[in-house]
Design a protein around this ligand. Structure first.
Ligand code: PLP
Length: 400
């Protein structure tokens, strides 16, 4: 029996490699940060500047977070060996839920092991077959999977197309409850969702709104509350899902935050919360520290925004085609799949670590290198990155 699936998987794996869809893993031989060491094929270590982590505030490898996580582990232990409702809730778990609620400006929050789990649990617990969800075509995989687990009717609206969202709202009239689900920031383009229009439509058609703010929490908006603050729709979004695995320290964990009746129901019914182990104390302690750092001052947020502007200006001057925007995700559009891969390889040889994205992750002919800025990049690092892009671009004929 095993022989059949083994042969089938070998053939499929070969097809992945042939189509350029095989995902290898580059081994990092250092702490995460803006300056890392990567392992080369011959086992040697090579220094590189990292421009592809979601380490927006630069906290992932920071001493402050390591110290906070260590203190939490010393005091509260390594693990809980329990889900939350049996014997897996310590005071820091409650404290983190309270501080998250305050930071995000919502009533209550519930922790999950990841934002993937938050999205896997939220829809099924709140909506049944008589309900409807309106979901952006480019929403994250975890929203797509969460909706698969939920019996509500699914209406996929064309990406960021408010006319189509309105049409789908009209189509779904009669559903018991309707919920619009959107990413706050679409990660392939660094595009910030038009939450004002989403909320206007939600109010017009009496729908709830859920925003996955994984690529915004901690750094977008004047106080870092995310895309909701950035778009000025505070108080109009019912549920936020987000991760601690990006700006807030980058370890793991996530939450659903929002209206208290919804969050309290999730504590009773969300399956990944009820049937999966509690978030470990070290992660809780590290995330609490990250939140406090994000809340304390605008220094990191300002550095991040300035870095994104500096990179954009430099790359535009060098002649590259960028997706316009203001988010620290900066897609460098190369269009051609092979060129994008060759550019990423050339850049690594020059000490710049970036990743090429091509079909099916992005549309055919829209291959790109997605550069991600961090508050921990220095100006000199950004200038080196731009210079390396320009050099590689000239060598490979990527510049007009
Ligand atoms: N939602 C979005 C928009 C994401 O980008 C990600 C991570 O890639 C997730 C959810 C999942 O987050 P986590 O890594 O906490 O599971």
């Amino acid at each position: 029996m095993y022989g059949a699936i083994r042969a089938d998987l070998a053939a499929r794996m070969e097809a992945l490699e042939k189509d350029g869809l095989f995902k290898g893993e580059r081994i990092i031989a250092s702490r995460q940060g803006s300056e890392i060491e990567v392992l080369a094929a011959d086992g040697s270590r090579r220094k590189a500047l990292n421009f592809c982590a979601n380490n927006y505030l630069g906290l992932a490898g920071s001493e402050e977070l390591v110290a906070a996580a260590s203190r939490a582990m010393d005091k509260w232990g390594y693990g809980l060996s329990s889900v939350r409702f049996i014997c897996g809730t310590q005071s820091p778990h409650v404290q983190l839920e309270e501080e998250l609620s305050r930071f995000l400006g919502v009533e209550e929050a519930i922790l999950f092991s990841s934002c993937f789990d938050a999205n896997a649990g939220v829809f099924e617990a709140l909506l049944d077959a008589e309900c409807a969800v309106l979901t952006d075509a480019l929403n994250h995989a975890s929203i797509i999977d969460g909706l698969r687990l939920c019996k509500a009717a699914r209406h996929i609206y064309a990406h960021s197309d408010m006319a189509d969202l309105e049409a789908k709202l009209k189509e779904s009239a009669g559903a018991k409850y309707r919920l619009i689900a959107t990413d706050g920031v679409f990660s392939m383009d660094g595009e910030i969702a038009d939450l004002r229009s989403v909320c206007d439509l939600a109010e017009k058609y009496d729908a709830l709104v859920l925003v996955d703010d994984s690529h915004a929490t901690g750094f977008l908006g004047a106080t870092g509350r995310g895309s909701i603050e950035h778009r000025g729709v505070d108080g109009r979004v019912d549920l936020i899902t987000t991760t601690f695995g990006k700006a807030l320290g980058g370890a793991s964990g996530g939450c659903v935050a929002g209206r208290k009746e919804l969050v309290r129901w999730l504590k009773q019914k969300a399956r990944p919360y009820l049937f999966s182990n509690t978030v470990p104390p070290a992660v809780v302690g590290g995330t609490l520290e990250a939140l406090r750092i994000a809340a304390r001052s605008t220094v990191l947020r300002d550095a991040l925004a300035a870095n994104a502007r500096r990179f954009r200006t430099g790359m535009e001057k060098a002649g590259f085609d960028l997706k316009p925007g203001e988010h620290p995700i900066v897609p460098v559009m190369l269009k051609d799949e092979k060129l994008a891969v060759a550019m990423a390889e050339a850049l690594l040889r020059k000490g710049i670590y970036v990743i090429a994205f091509s079909f099916p992750v992005v549309p055919r002919g829209a291959a790109r290198i997605r550069v991600q800025l961090s508050a921990s990049h220095s100006q000199e690092m950004i200038d080196r990155c731009v210079a390396a892009f320009a050099e590689a671009g000239r060598e490979l004929g990527a510049l007009g």
